[in-house]
Design a protein around this ligand. Sequence first.
Ligand SMILES: [Zn+2]
Length: 126
Amino acid sequence: MPLPTLKSKLPMLRTSAVRMLEAKAGATPMERGSAWMAKRQRVAERFGWRCAACGLALMPGRMSDGRSFWQCDHIVSREQGGSNDESNLQPLCTTPCHEAKTAQEAAARLARGSYDSKPNPGTAHE
Ligand SMILES: [Zn+2]
């Protein structure tokens, strides 16, 4: 149950830094390292090395800004309690497909944070 005092402070706290904290609270931890890399490969193989959104072939290597060309996306995002299980993973081109999904998730997060929305039992930040 959100406290009225907390509610009244929310507009001031609405910065990107706070959104990051909110997003991370209760989220499934990010997996890294060689086990994750191997899983990433298996997910890509399962999708025939094609983006799950646009169907274009996944490219190896990295873009000029250092990001890899494709990302292993959590179908149900980690902040929504999505698991690191392969059944919850799909390959997406980093741009525009993964960026679009990330933007959608950010918009949904903002919508959930709006004053009129009902408290979401799935979020742990309250
Ligand atoms: Zn794509």
